[in-house]
Design a binder for this molecule. Structure first.
Ligand code: ZN
Ligand code: ZN
Length: 337
């Protein structure tokens, strides 16, 4: 029984705020309430759509009819309160909380179909367009929030269904915060401006970061930028089917450490993207998943110098048999506006 938004969306292709997918040996069902029922009947082809008024009235008889004695649930998203309620309601049915179904769905979703990759590419195309739009509009005297809103309005007018996540636009000292929140701070000459943003198309997301200089940059700022860029380039060159995720992270991390910035890259190198902005597998120091063709993962090294500034550059790639396809087409060399 699948109840989380992302997995329901994945299995039915239909976005809804409530409902559940039930898969038994014989059949599969999408149970949803009155608000979604009519549209779901029209759109959902992968399972039989059932009007849900209450679990006792609509789900329980279905379990009995199908002879279900064991029910697997999503251990990563079901709350303890809900789990307790289900245990009482589904008398005679053993609820499994071993993580088996959660892992199965994560494995399915980690390898994208050609159609899913097309949606992600369309989202990334909007993201690239937004970068081209904002670049000549970044200037000393504009606030971070102003730039962020400009990007968001443009992207949504161009067709994005929403924002892939809350955009990060941080400048100067704020750019040393990897997930800093845009403020009313005015951008100044000599600042780095880091923008982390993405679009949504057909429910699928994109994710890109670019850092640009404003007016002028010091030699050290340029050196930090090029160290991050080289880390991205060499990590991407090593990506191909069969390589372990943590080994890709290590390549970028070693490069940054050896350039004299050990300890300044405090997050993982990347994460998968799809219906959700953060999916598995990830490029970090722990992930032992082997890369497979069709995985879509970001490569986003960064250097953050506390109290001074930071640089992050993020592309999104699709793994292939022999390498990877870069889905990001915005320029990544240092730009000073
Ligand atoms: Zn990002
Ligand atoms: Zn990212």
């Amino acid at each position: 029984m699948v109840t989380s938004f992302a997995n329901r969306r994945y299995l039915t292709g239909f976005p809804s705020s409530a409902g559940m997918v039930l898969v038994t040996e014989q059949a599969s069902y999408f149970l949803t309430d009155f608000r979604y029922f009519e549209k779901a009947c029209d759109v959902v082809k992968s399972c039989k759509v059932i009007l849900l008024t209450s679990l006792a009235k609509d789900l329980l008889p279905l379990l009995k009819k199908q002879g279900v004695d064991t029910l697997f649930v999503e251990t990563d998203t079901v709350s303890l309160a809900t789990f307790d309620r289900w245990c009482q309601l589904f008398e005679g049915v053993a609820l499994q909380q071993d993580g088996k179904m959660t892992n199965l769905l994560a494995a399915l979703r980690s390898v994208k179909s050609a159609e899913e990759i097309q949606h992600i590419q369309a989202a990334q195309a909007l993201t690239d367009e937004t970068f081209a739009y904002i670049l000549p509009r970044i200037a000393a005297g504009r606030s971070e929030i102003d730039v962020m809103l400009d990007m968001e309005f443009f992207m949504r007018r161009q067709g994005s269904e929403g924002v892939a996540f809350d955009f990060v636009v941080v400048s100067g000292q704020n750019s040393s915060l990897p997930h800093g929140v845009p403020t009313h701070k005015l951008i100044q000459k000599g600042d780095f401006v880091t923008m982390d943003f993405g679009a949504v198309v057909n429910g699928y997301r994109s994710d890109m970061t670019r850092t640009v200089g404003v007016g002028f940059l010091t030699d050290q700022q340029k050196q930090v930028y090029n160290t991050v860029l080289d880390a991205k380039t060499i990590a991407m060159a090593a990506i191909r089917s069969g390589v372990m995720c943590k080994d890709i992270d290590k390549i970028a991390r070693n490069h940054i450490d050896q350039a004299g910035y050990a300890g300044c890259f405090g997050h993982g190198l990347g994460h998968s993207v799809g219906i959700e902005i953060h999916e598995g597998p990830s490029f970090n120091t722990r992930c032992e998943t082997l890369l497979q063709p069709g995985m879509v993962i970001t490569v986003e090294p960064g250097i953050y110098l506390e109290g001074k500034y930071g640089v992050r550059i993020e592309d999104m790639i699709a793994v292939t048999e022999t390498g990877c396809e870069n889905l990001t087409h915005s320029p990544d060399e240092l730009i000073i506006v």
